[in-house]
Write a protein that binds this ligand. Structure first.
Ligand SMILES: NC(=O)c1ccc[n+]([C@@H]2O[C@H](COP(=O)([O-])OP(=O)(O)OC[C@H]3O[C@@H](n4cnc5c(N)ncnc54)[C@H](OP(=O)(O)O)[C@@H]3O)[C@@H](O)[C@H]2O)c1
Length: 334
């Protein structure tokens, strides 16, 4: 096998980001799409010029036509279909959050072990040179001792996607909706990347909307030696993202840490006693890295850059934050 034959498991909106990435990669090709509805799959295949369409996820998995699938389903279906894919001998790139319970994430990890298939969480920003450079600067001590990580991912879900006949999956409680699961996991995972693991304790606060899911979530996470991370996410705020990493020697600010990195991104280092300096970052298409990472894992046997231990910790920390918000108490993790 020299090229990975990719299938899209659903006609999700987010496929639009993955289709050009798979096509831009040197070792992948997009060969199929599956939908619950064959007419939808066929129309989608025609629009995006995908050779094969399947009227059921299972049909595509059992067809022998695909080596790997991209899973952009609503959150509550990530674990089920990742496991079914691996058991059918198909590798999986699964959207974040990989699961919304530890039982599910453990079942996914067990399926990966039992089947030998590759499984990775699709946190595309982790593969971008800006994130990697941030990690190098932070871990090499350029910022001194890191004491605080702050970050947010806010956006506004429009009224048209709040109507019962056109409800956005992010607003449905039983689909694993909620802004922490949807976008709060970005600053959460960034903090975990910088601090090297899950926090010792968390404190969460949420505003539940009429939808029944958290539409604003603020979290505080405590690490060893008093280090702190503060994260925020929202469905009720004009679009805004940032990450700041603050150490004893200065502050690193990322204007676009998660999405839109292909245009107008600025990374600034402000030393504690000097002028701010803009740090240049090599360009790379945002979604290409996670696709290439899958190819290296499948074709070369390389370990995935984002480990399943990190993925499990993302889920564990988010669950603890939700528990804290619900019980209005500080939750100890370690
Ligand atoms: N990494 C990123 O940049 C990024 C960005 C956006 C979203 N995401 C993630 O991607 C996932 C999908 O988000 P999205 O906005 O693309 O979702 P979406 O457009 O609503 O698509 C979800 C797809 O899932 C399928 N599906 C199966 N069961 C469903 C059900 N009960 N209700 C609704 N849809 C169902 C549908 O495809 P068929 O009808 O064809 O079967 C639908 O098109 C989420 O996990 C989200 O967190 C990631």
């Amino acid at each position: 096998m020299t090229k990975i034959r990719w299938g899209l498991l659903s006609t999700a909106n987010i496929n639009r980001a993955l289709i050009p990435a798979i096509r831009a990669s040197t070792r992948g090709e997009l060969v199929a799409v599956a939908s619950r509805d064959i007419a939808k799959a066929e129309a989608y295949a025609q629009k995006w010029e995908i050779p094969q369409a399947f009227g059921g996820y299972e049909d595509m998995l059992q067809s022998g036509a695909v080596d790997a699938v991209y899973i952009g389903l609503p959150n509550h279906l990530h674990a089920k279909w990742s496991i079914e894919a691996m058991q059918a001998g198909v590798h999986v790139l699964c959207e974040k959050p990989c699961a919304t319970s530890l039982e599910e994430v453990d079942a996914m990890i067990a399926a990966r072990r039992e089947t030998g298939m590759v499984l990775a969480e699709a946190f595309m920003y982790r593969h971008h040179p800006q994130t990697k450079l941030t990690g190098e600067l932070a871990h090499a001590g350029r910022l001194g001792e890191i004491t605080l990580v702050r970050g947010a991912f806010d956006f506004y879900l429009p009224e048209t996607q709040r109507q019962p006949d056109n409800i956005n999956v992010r607003l449905v409680p039983e689909y694993g909706g909620g802004c922490l699961w949807d976008v709060g996991v970005y600053p959460l995972s960034f903090a975990q990347f910088i601090f090297g693991g899950p926090p010792k304790w968390v404190l969460g606060t949420q505003q539940i909307g009429v939808s029944g899911v958290d539409e604003i979530f603020a979290g505080q996470m405590g690490y060893a030696d008093g280090k702190i991370a503060q994260i925020a996410s929202s469905f009720a705020t004009p679009f805004h993202t940032f990450v700041e990493i603050i150490g004893t020697e200065g502050r690193l600010h990322l204007s676009k840490p998660f999405v839109g990195l292909d245009e107008g991104r600025v990374m600034t280092f402000t030393p504690k006693d000097g002028p701010a300096e803009v740090i240049s970052v090599p360009e790379k298409a945002l979604y290409l890295g996670e696709v290439e990472d899958m190819h290296a894992a499948i074709l070369d046997g390389a370990p995935n850059y984002l480990t399943l231990e990190e993925t499990r910790n993302h889920v564990k920390t988010a669950l603890a934050l939700y528990e804290s918000a619900k019980t209005k108490s500080l939750i100890q993790l370690l």
